[in-house]
Design a protein around this ligand. Structure first.
Ligand code: BYC
Length: 341
């Protein structure tokens, strides 16, 4: 297909061209006898990536880059929102008013993270309603770790310490991701996650200073949450189909295995400091700062990812129910906004 664009200036032409090429892939355009093809735009895009210049929503980007981001950012947003459920379960049973206030603030932050991330994903041209529909239809994933039950108060400590600790390890590196809105959302999220990790560690610390039963509860919680936390980083690099493009386009700045190692290396000394042990009989200390973990149960991981974990059905049904019952709140907010603008 050939399209001729008439424009008043070179700059105007370039913008029109970018819009046209975005709408019609593989488009070739003729101007002043010069053929400007998608290859030129691709080169411009790659130069920006190589120069560490952020890609912004109105910039031209390859279709596969856009769909990679839509997949990853929306799944990240779903994880934040679904991740509120295991902890929300314990708000009414927190052991003190202080603990309740802290937990409420933390869970509210997670909802906010979902908002930042859905907003970043929407800049790629997909609506919030569509993202939620994909989640409800099981077409869009969320982190496997939220499909495990939170059985007691020690689990709230383990979630903050291990799950937020794993999340922050990943998200610190995502602050340098190549897509501007995603990178900027990460900066704010990381500040809040570091408070979350500390609130979880404080719970575990207090329990380890408590009675023998409390110490056993804390150890039992790390026994159950350690492996699901390691699985949050995804399959080994050799089994990760999305990593190659993600690294090429600087969406991911570090691989699944590298981030998992970083998490293990910083978390084991924290466990030892308060008298906890990680439930890995094969863990090896390689040198002063590095550990090599034992085998991860990938069958369990894929079972959970594919919808067969202990709480998958419960988490999704809960989201569907409250999304539907909360429709009137969204309608009111839209009406209120119309009246005030
Ligand atoms: N769970 O090629 P791979 C939080 C999927 S929430 C489920 O390595 P990629 C918090 C993967 O999607 C923060 N699925 O993929 C909230 C892919 O399938 P699709 C959560 C997983 O994208 C409340 C397939 O497996 N953080 O902090 O290169 C309370 C192959 O994987 C998982 C994020 O979401 C998994 N664990 O790498 C407390 C971080 N792992 O999509 C705390 C953002 C893999 O091709 N996401 N899969 O059908 C990422 O960094 C990357 O997407 C991942 C996976 C590292 C997760």
């Amino acid at each position: 297909m050939i399209i001729v664009i008439f424009s008043i200036s070179n700059r105007h032409f370039k913008d029109s061209l970018k819009v046209a090429i975005l709408l019609i892939p593989d488009l070739n355009v003729i101007m002043n006898d010069t053929i400007i093809s998608e290859e030129i735009l691709l080169k411009e895009f790659e130069d920006k990536i190589n120069a560490e210049i952020k890609i912004e929503p109105k910039d031209w980007m390859p279709v596969a880059y856009r769909s990679h981001l839509i997949r990853q950012i929306s799944q990240h947003a779903h994880s934040e929102v679904i991740g509120m459920q295991p902890e929300g379960n314990w708000i009414s049973r927190a052991p003190s008013i202080r603990a309740k206030k802290i937990l409420l603030a933390k869970i509210q932050d997670e909802g906010g993270h979902g908002q930042y991330l859905y907003s970043a994903a929407e800049t790629l041209g997909v609506s919030r309603d569509q993202f939620i529909q994909w989640l409800h239809e099981g077409k869009s994933k969320y982190s496997s770790v939220f499909n495990y039950p939170s059985l007691n108060w020690a689990d709230i400590g383990a979630i903050g310490w291990l799950v937020d600790g794993a999340a922050i390890t990943n998200q610190v590196s995502l602050q340098r991701t190549s897509y501007g809105p995603y990178a900027r959302a990460m900066v704010r999220i990381c500040k809040e996650e570091s408070f979350h990790q500390r609130q979880g560690y404080e719970i575990m610390w207090k329990m380890m200073e408590g009675t023998k039963e409390q110490q056993e509860m804390a150890q039992d919680a790390i026994n159950r949450w350690w492996w699901p936390a390691l699985m949050m980083f995804g399959p080994h690099d050799s089994d990760s189909p999305n990593t190659s493009n993600a690294v090429k386009w600087k969406i991911k700045r570090e691989s699944n295995d590298r981030l998992r190692e970083k998490f293990i290396n910083k978390t084991i000394p924290q466990a030892e400091l308060i008298g906890l042990t990680v439930p890995d009989a094969k863990i090896i200390k390689i040198d002063e700062n590095n550990y090599k973990h034992g085998d991860i149960n990938w069958d369990e991981f894929w079972q959970v990812v594919n919808g067969n974990g202990p709480c998958n059905e419960q988490r999704l049904n809960h989201h569907k129910k409250y999304h539907s019952e909360g429709a009137w709140v969204r309608e009111c907010a839209i009406e209120f906004n119309k009246k005030n603008n």
